[in-house]
Design a protein around this ligand. Sequence first.
Ligand SMILES: [Fe+2]
Ligand SMILES: [Fe+2]
Length: 375
Amino acid sequence: MPSQKHAAKTKTPDRSASGLIDESQIVAPPTVHESMPNPEKLLLETEDAPKITDRLNIFPFDWRVETPRLMEIYENSRDPGWSPSQLPWDTLDPDSFTLDQRYAIAYWWSLLSVFDASGPAVFARAMIHAYEVHEEDAIRKCFFSVTRDEMNHEEVCGKAINKMTPNGPLGYEPQTLLGKLARNNVEWLYHNGARYWNGYKKAVEYYPMPILFSSFLFGEVASSTLFHSMYESTDIPVFKEAFRNIGRDEGRHLSFCLALLKEILPRLGDEDKSIITKQFRAGFVFLSGILYEPPGEFWQLPETFLPAQRLLEEKAREAGFGVLTLEKRRENWRTAVIRLKSVVEPYGIKFPALPEIDVDGEDVDFDADKIVPIF
Ligand SMILES: [Fe+2]
Ligand SMILES: [Fe+2]
């Protein structure tokens, strides 16, 4: 049996003036073997390791892939092909806009950031959760990829807001009436964003992956629709370029969701299916905050919010920043939602009624406490 000498010295090794280590000061390793251990003998003496009983322990790892298509999309996402800092920001001259136009454009990006700038934290949290519940490697990787993309989208929000309103959205003093209205609206948006985050943190641990992915799917349908329309309607070159790239990323996120759901929806029980119907209604209510207009079911907003937002949108439009009209937004949102409906209905998932955009379906109640979807 190999002898073991336990080290007793605890002095910290120090270095002599010449820079060489003083060997007499080195602490010995915990065990010193005089000969190679005998594996047979060792095996007879092994003890069982404590059982891993904590469901949320991230160990042991495995790298199983159950949905190869997810891995393929992940491979293609390694290089997103663009970077926020490489966009043509030098073509954007804030002085060529009036103060109100600058406030209005910064306002739209602040509204967007409720959805897109929370993306990194939302998907990072989902990724950690996927590790904790031992999801397949492909799901962990896909959340990682979306987190990285969302970090780029968040960066664009920050750059756009700070170009137009340095230290924005809240660290500057607006000089005009419209600027002050924008400030008040942004504060209300952030109040609601905080409520979303509190609900999301509970939801991500509460719902199984098929329900989370169905909700994310709604978010990605919304975001790809939004960025495509913003790309088409804005005349400001740097923003056009940003929308093109962000829109392409969102399209890839949509592919992630579809690839996974195609595998898991056919195996879903009735109870989970009805939760998805409810979550779609919740998704619609939350995402309408930017895709259309915020319904009261979730959004806590003052009476002045919508009239102020209409003024700001009109001002942004006048500056060549293509915020769509309310009618056009409703039409776009409806088209996107109907497309989603046609994807999920063949799996026996009922769609909720969305009377706001004239879509028929089931009447479901709304749980503001557990909202999942995001860009
Ligand atoms: Fe996304
Ligand atoms: Fe995004």
